[in-house]
Design a protein around this ligand. Structure first.
Ligand code: GLN
Length: 442
């Protein structure tokens, strides 16, 4: 009773300013469900969780922050939601995000931006900015996000919380509304690394409904010693970071070395090409994935009579926001005859070179670290009208998605009360190692 009352009191007080949620469930309904589940033996019996609004929840509106899906109520749960419910978790609501997860600031949402609880003038990062802000404001202790090119780690960094982009194929994407399938994973967000690990232990695992999940059981890593841990620092990313970020990052590094970690600067090959390769691949996949929203199969459906071409064009023209349209157009262009080899195939080759380069580095090092974001949380409106500036914010985070390796963001410290994140990137399938190491650094 008290837990629910307190939570809704916080919602009433903070949500009008922050707007972390698109949909919040009825208090009485939530209370009833908690009462039913609290006595179960699940790992999350009666615990409230916030879910990013691109993850399918049966009977709860799932909008992807788009006008296109404003009224869409899924008839099924994503696999991760089924698993959470089996462990007794109770969904509090669906969090705001960039439209179809395309963005880094939660400003491309059809429902308006979320504000950063640490500074209401600033963005909470994105695209899982609602989940990040819901954690930072204390409304929930655990949340889910999705990460295609940094969407869990950017908001984790900007809200001073923890977030994991899992190894590709370890968490089912069944029920995650697709943006760029080959890059994205659903992942946990929380206020400490231990909670991340609990969430990950629940949502991960092979799923017959997602052929890209791998049949492999990861072992929980109980203990990691910072002493003699071999840490590589991504020099290119540090050099590309703003001064305030570098100063907080260097203080974190000093602490690591005083605790006995062995730290060396490293260079990853092809970092300059990571961002263009990522955006070429992501937009190509997006243009294909978003073809289903035509108002007939899915989505906003205003014009159901007349010429079908016109009907589709009208539905798509009115249902999608500007950033989504930009990406569909660019993605279609990239995949068209004549340009496919020049852009798409080249991007895939770069992706392979980056992956090989990371795999090689991680033979020598236990973990590769860097500032998660090269900038402090931008002010609302600062980057949204300049897509190239917005894309450039992802220069570091996209690397792990291209390579499929796990990456975690945790708080590194503050600069004038603004959070700075520390990213740990590890070997493929070393997710538990990363989380245990993160707890040790914490
Ligand atoms: N900012 C990146 C993009 O817009 C990453 C988004 C994400 O991870 N979903 O593609």
């Amino acid at each position: 009773e008290e837990y629910v009352e307190k939570t809704y009191e916080k919602i009433n007080r903070l949500e009008p300013k922050i707007r972390a949620f698109i949909t919040i469930r009825e208090k009485e309904e939530v209370k009833k469900e908690i009462k039913e589940k609290i006595r179960s033996k699940g790992k999350l019996a009666g615990i409230l969780i916030a879910i990013k609004d691109n993850i399918s929840t049966k009977g709860i509106r799932t909008t992807c922050a788009s006008k296109m899906l404003e009224d869409y109520i899924p008839p099924y749960d994503a696999t991760v939601i089924e698993k959470l419910k089996q462990e007794g978790a109770v969904i509090l609501g669906k969090t705001n995000m960039d439209e179809f997860a395309m963005g880094s600031t939660t400003e491309t949402s059809y429902f308006g931006p979320t504000r950063n609880p640490w500074d209401l003038e600033r963005t909470p990062g994105g695209s899982s900015g609602g989940s990040g802000a819901a954690l930072a404001s204390g409304i929930v202790d655990i949340a889910l996000g999705s990460d295609t090119g940094g969407s869990i780690r950017a908001p984790a960094a900007f809200n001073a919380v923890f977030g994991l982009k899992p190894s590709y194929g370890t968490v089912s994407r069944f029920g995650l509304v697709a943006y760029a399938n080959s890059l994205e994973q659903i992942g946990p967000m929380a206020k400490n690394a231990e909670d991340l690990a609990v969430l990950y232990s629940i949502i991960s695992g092979d799923d017959p409904k997602d052929a890209t999940t791998i049949p492999f059981e990861q072992k929980i890593v109980e203990k990691v010693n910072l002493k003699n841990t071999k840490i590589g620092v991504l020099k290119d990313i540090v050099d590309a970071s703003d001064k305030p970020v570098i100063s907080v990052f260097n203080t974190a590094l000093d602490k690591l070395s005083s605790e006995g970690a062995i730290i060396k600067e490293v260079k990853l090959g092809y970092t300059d090409y990571a961002l263009p390769a990522y955006y070429i691949i992501a937009m190509s996949e997006a243009s294909s994935n978003l073809a289903r929203y035509d108002g007939v199969r899915y989505g906003y459906s205003k014009y159901s009579e007349g010429n079908w071409r016109e009907t589709f064009a009208k539905n798509r023209g009115e249902g999608f926001g500007i950033e989504v349209k930009r990406r569909i157009l660019l993605g279609s262009f990239i995949l068209s005859a004549g340009y496919y080899e020049e852009f798409y195939i080249k991007a895939l080759k770069i992706r392979r070179l980056i992956k090989d380069s990371i795999d090689n580095l991680l033979k020598e090092f236990d973990v590769i670290i860097s500032p998660t974001m090269t900038v402090l949380p931008p002010k609302i409106g600062e980057v949204i009208d300049d897509p190239v500036k917005m894309y450039a914010m992802d220069v570091n985070t996209v690397i792990a998605n291209l390579a499929g390796v796990p990456a975690l963001s945790q708080p590194a410290g503050f600069y004038n009360d603004l959070p700075v994140g520390l990213q740990l990137m590890g070997k493929y399938l070393s997710d538990y190692y990363l989380m245990t190491l993160s707890a040790e650094i914490e």
